[in-house]
Design a protein around this ligand. Sequence first.
Ligand SMILES: CC(C)(COP(=O)(O)OP(=O)(O)OC[C@H]1O[C@@H](n2cnc3c(N)ncnc32)[C@H](O)[C@@H]1OP(=O)(O)O)[C@@H](O)C(=O)NCCC(=O)NCCS
Length: 135
Amino acid sequence: MITYIDQNLQPDHINQVRLAVGWRALDEARYAEALQKTVYALMAYDDDRPVGLARLIGDGICYVIVDVAVDPAYQKQGIGKTLVLQLLEYVRRQLDKDQDCKILLNASYGKEDFYQKLGFQKMHTGTGMQLILSR
Ligand SMILES: CC(C)(COP(=O)(O)OP(=O)(O)OC[C@H]1O[C@@H](n2cnc3c(N)ncnc32)[C@H](O)[C@@H]1OP(=O)(O)O)[C@@H](O)C(=O)NCCC(=O)NCCS
């Protein structure tokens, strides 16, 4: 059975999921720091095997969903959907009545339909941009 946890997430478990989807592993100490600053993060487990991940950063007015990943062996079983819906539910609980906020994400090519099914719309106000800054 798949279980979901939102406490004491382990960077090495996160890296297991990242590697499973072909992403690079991140420095664990740095990721642990990032988790401290993360608004809400969730992992999916099959018994003790980490199989899914989603993370929310933000400030109450604007949020960004990052690191959405499900181990390919567990995809198409509703895990990704559950992870993102749980993040959205977390945000909804933070809002006062009649308040709204913006939730942004960068959908990888080919994943747009996954997010559209969850209510996200393509933005027509501009082009998503990024800068990788190093020292
Ligand atoms: C994108 C990803 C998280 C989806 O996870 P998942 O657990 O397979 O998705 P779910 O099973 O919860 O799918 C939910 C719905 O989206 C659909 N869906 C899933 N992936 C899809 C895709 N690539 N294209 C279109 N629809 C998709 C499912 O068919 C399902 O539809 P339904 O509700 O009508 O049955 C997963 O494919 C993944 O980790 N990919 C690699 C990493 C990645 O690209 N992450 C996204 C970065 S933006």
